[in-house]
Design a protein. Sequence first.
Length: 219
Amino acid sequence: MGEASVLITPHRYTPAYDQTQTSGKYCVQFVTFKQDVRGLEALAWWKKACMDWCYNRFEDGKFGDQKYLDDWLERFSGVHELQHLGGGVAPWNVQQYAFMKSASQLQGKDLLTDESFEVVFYHFHSFSYSKSNILRLCNPSYMLPDSAIKHLYAPYIKALQQAYEAIRQVNQTATSHEIANNVSWLGRSWKKTILFWVKGHYANHYHQFRFRYGLIIGR
């Protein structure tokens, strides 16, 4: 970011999942404003724009609070587009990378350019719990590479499970999460049901025991 006053994070869509026209070039998962004239000018403009219109739909070139950022490099001075590939890794761009653990740091590699980078943060977009101990890692339309499931999702889910156990030690009746995903479709197809219970996963839906016991390789 250096001397810039605003930092915005690009989606870096994998071409097959490019949603720039509808969802925007930049993701509002991580936006930074310095408390200076340039930063506060951009923030005030964004606030007013969102007060005027901010809905979870694409309409008249707008989408939520997000597509407003598309022209910020031209609209405002002092705006920096994040260049670090490790910031904003997400289901819509993870197909471009391979991941491996190096000491205590998670490393990524761009499969096209062979550029290596440290993973800074991952966007667990649409991760949710379902009935019968089923987890939806992300929207089924995204293909998640094995290395992403092993090095990004598995540690995350393990941490969630440990937090759940810690909560249960304090209060056996506490609910640590919501059941936010309906998987009734799974029971309507015997083929999908068999595939799920034999393989332990189907269309980005996984049974929690695969992560609890490390059974996540060989999808």
